[in-house]
Design a protein around this ligand. Structure first.
Ligand code: ADP
Length: 234
């Protein structure tokens, strides 16, 4: 659709600018980090009096690093992504789950899988994992008091093209329409401190680049479903 086209052009333009900016941010941040370590070691034991302040600075530097890394992954994917290959979706999902198991346990979330796809997707494995983990972690964040995480894959044709649908379904807080409208915008987040607002915009870019789509449906108080469609690998 026109809206998707405008969005992807917008993302491409942002990508070019951000690659440059991200590289420029890396150096000053490294200098700050280095000098902070020097200050700390010169202060020796007296650094303990400033433990809180040091921790805050460390946290924020870590956060800047995280944002820059995500931006570079998005803006310069060819430097970060290897080759594209055929993958069985169920196997990629199985690789993702151990990485989030501690979060699932902590929030008392049960996983319900329905692996029905017989076709393979064509994508870089790390990128596909990155997309799935983004969606799964968002789903977990949406269910602080527990719930069910559905992970579905099945064969589905779109416009006569053979493909695969992957769904990440949660029974969490859901989203209001005015939030839904903006979730794929870079830097849009409702998670004040821990959010970067980059997960979904990067995920959508990675999926779109492989000729696929990523869309969301949500009902406030009931839950959210993210649906990926990817063309079949020949
Ligand atoms: P971040 O998670 O860092 O905020 P994202 O781009 O991944 O960035 O998500 C943007 C916003 O979309 C989130 O802040 C949240 O408001 C909303 N969101 C994403 N996934 C879900 C979900 N499963 N349930 C409810 N809200 C969600």
């Amino acid at each position: 659709t026109t809206k998707q086209l405008i969005m992807s052009e917008k993302l491409a333009a942002i990508g070019e600018i951000t690659a440059g900016v991200a590289h420029e941010i890396n150096n000053p941040v490294a200098v700050m980090q280095g000098n902070l370590d020097v200050v700390r070691s010169v202060l020796g034991e007296r650094a303990d009096e400033l433990a809180t302040e040091f921790r805050l600075i460390d946290e924020q530097i870590h956060r800047v690093n995280q944002i820059v890394t995500k931006l570079l992954q998005f803006a310069k994917p060819e430097e970060y992504a290897g080759y594209v290959d055929r993958h069985v979706v169920a196997e990629v999902i199985s690789d993702c789950l151990p990485l989030v198991q501690h979060l699932l346990n902590k929030a008392e979330i049960t996983v319900e899988r329905d692996d029905r796809a017989s076709r393979c997707v064509l994508m870089n494995r790390t990128e596909l994992q990155q997309v799935l983990i983004n969606l799964i972690v968002n789903a977990i964040h949406a269910m602080p008091d527990g719930g069910r995480l559905g992970l579905v894959s099945r064969d589905e044709d779109r416009d006569d093209r053979p493909g695969i649908v992957i769904q990440v379904i949660d029974t969490g807080i859901g989203m209001a329409p005015e939030v839904m409208q903006r979730i794929f915008d870079p830097f849009f987040t409702t998670k004040r401190r821990e959010g970067t607002g980059l997960g979904l915009s990067i995920s959508q870019t990675l999926v779109t680049r492989q000729g696929g789509t990523l869309v969301a449906e949500s009902a406030p108080g009931k839950g959210t479903t993210f649906t990926i469609w990817l063309p079949e690998a020949n």
